[in-house]
Write a protein that binds this ligand. Structure first.
Ligand SMILES: Cc1cc2nc3c(=O)[nH]c(=O)nc-3n(C[C@H](O)[C@H](O)[C@H](O)COP(=O)(O)OP(=O)(O)OC[C@H]3O[C@@H](n4cnc5c(N)ncnc54)[C@H](O)[C@@H]3O)c2cc1C
Length: 319
């Protein structure tokens, strides 16, 4: 196993699947480990920390080697044919277990039973102990980025997402301070996908099993009802050509080029509506519908909301 990337500020490491647990019809939990994970870490809570996973592009294809990688590794990697370089996908650090050389990164991967299966989900679905992949993740003491949950001075949080955001929401819930207040709405494909979650008493957690309902419909209605906004069914009805598959609208970043805040401004006391911070992630069309309803129709300030498209129905992620 190669661990020859010491010069990079992040970890770019070949990892081994150490444990596989089928959580439910739609989720498989993998523990990934390698000796270099002794240095896996962030400065503070993991919250919704994302990381990159590189998997072979097909079951019998090779995994790229990053031995001797330097600062130009990404461009060099992208120039290689996909058969050699594999595919890179984004996931959430659900948890970190163990310590030292036995540190494992836990990832919960959604198995797309209801849609097309991409290489990330296919790899996870067949993963067995001993399988290999490459992980790009934060190295302790170094800036990595990739945490969007920044409630600043908000007094309440609202977390909402579909199954791809369940790892992030459950991770955030488990790390919130005991005095935190708010609500979380998690839409999942089936009732069997509901997980038991550690969360502060003051945060109400609601699971929304879809059971065949239209993707995002339950989430849209639940969020608007919770906020006391009339749920206009048409607001969730977003035309295909209005959807940015890479939708990313947070207080400090805008994929559509809107004005954003300097990261430092987030630490200012919140003077925003209801002292509320909203974190919403999932399928891009569903998130676009919620954004339109909350910001355009109901006047929530974009300084208090993070809207993130985690995937787009019918569109493979770029890598
Ligand atoms: C910051 C961030 C964190 C994320 N965290 C997680 C996580 O912890 N766990 C997780 O499972 N996903 C997570 N995702 C979403 C994940 O990256 C996407 O679902 C990704 O498309 C999966 O790659 P793939 O190779 O399986 O499918 P792709 O090759 O990207 O897509 C192939 C086909 O599969 C469809 N598809 C993709 N995802 C789904 C899905 N969930 N359900 C149904 N159809 C789908 C696409 O629409 C496309 O038609 C995260 C995304 C982001 C941006």
């Amino acid at each position: 196993m190669s661990t020859a990337t010491h010069d990079l500020p992040m970890l770019l490491e070949e990892v081994e699947v150490r444990r596989v647990e089928r959580l439910s019809p739609s989720f498989v939990r993998l523990e990934l480990g390698c000796p270099a994970f002794a240095e896996l870490g962030v400065d503070g809570p993991w919250w919704d920390q994302r990381f990159k996973l590189i998997v072979p592009h097909a079951p019998d294809a090779a995994l790229p080697s990053f031995e001797d990688a330097d600062a130009s590794w990404f461009g060099t990697w992208l120039e290689r044919p996909v058969e050699e370089r594999g595919v890179m996908r984004t996931y959430t650090v659900r948890e970190v277990r163990g310590s030292g050389a036995d540190t494992r990164l836990v990832v919960d991967v959604v198995l797309h039973a209801d849609g097309e299966v991409g290489p990330g989900a296919a790899w996870a679905a067949r993963a067995a102990v001993g399988d290999r992949a490459v992980v790009l993740a934060p190295r302790r003491g170094q800036q990595f980025g990739g945490i969007e949950f920044t409630p600043g001075g908000a007094q309440r949080v609202l977390l909402a997402g579909d199954e791809t955001a369940v790892p992030a929401i459950t991770s955030i819930l488990s790390q919130l301070p005991p005095e935190a207040h708010g609500a979380a709405f998690l839409e999942v494909p089936h009732a069997e996908d509901v997980q038991s979650v550690v969360h502060p008493e003051g945060v109400q957690v609601t699971w929304l099993p879809r059971e065949g309902a239209e993707l995002g419909a339950l989430l849209h209605a639940a969020v608007l009802t919770h906020l006391g906004c009339a749920a206009d069914p048409a607001a969730g009805d977003v035309a295909e050509d209005e959807v940015d598959p890479e939708l990313w609208e947070t207080p400090t970043y805008s994929s559509s080029g809107e004005e954003v805040l300097e990261p430092a401004a987030l630490e200012a006391p919140a003077d925003v509506r209801d002292g509320l911070y909203l974190w919403i992630a999932g399928e891009s069309r569903v998130v676009t519908g919620l954004r339109r309803a909350l910001v355009t129709d109901h006047g929530f300030d974009r300084r208090q909301v993070a809207f993130m498209g985690y995937w787009r129905r019918g569109v493979a992620m770029k890598s």
